[in-house]
Design a protein around this ligand. Structure first.
Ligand SMILES: [Zn+2]
Length: 94
């Protein structure tokens, strides 16, 4: 039997999106160091519902559910808000 896991799939998706967004041309004025990435991710995650799973099958399903356009839009909005609030506090580039 597959080993059980305990994962918040929202967290995995948010971390990936934070990295992706900070590397995109639109966000070049914000710092993308690990510190800032985690600050932004934690702020976004505190404003998003958790999505815990305990198996890899459920994890796959959660990924599909959270990558639906309307879900992704909600998550992206939260991250962008977090980039602007956290980025102001910890903008190492300025
Ligand atoms: Zn930084």
């Amino acid at each position: 039997m597959a080993k059980p896991i305990l994962k918040n799939v929202t967290e995995e998706i948010v971390l990936g999106l934070v990295r992706f967004l900070l590397q995109s041309p639109d966000y070049q004025t914000f710092c993308d160091c690990d510190d800032c990435q985690m600050t932004i991710a934690s702020e976004a995650l505190n404003n998003l519902p958790t999505y815990y799973v305990s198996s890899n099958d459920a994890r796959e399903e959660a990924f599909i559910a959270l990558k639906a356009p309307e879900q992704l839009e909600k998550i992206n909005k939260r991250i962008i808000t977090a980039i602007h609030t956290a980025g102001k506090k910890t903008n190492h580039k300025n």
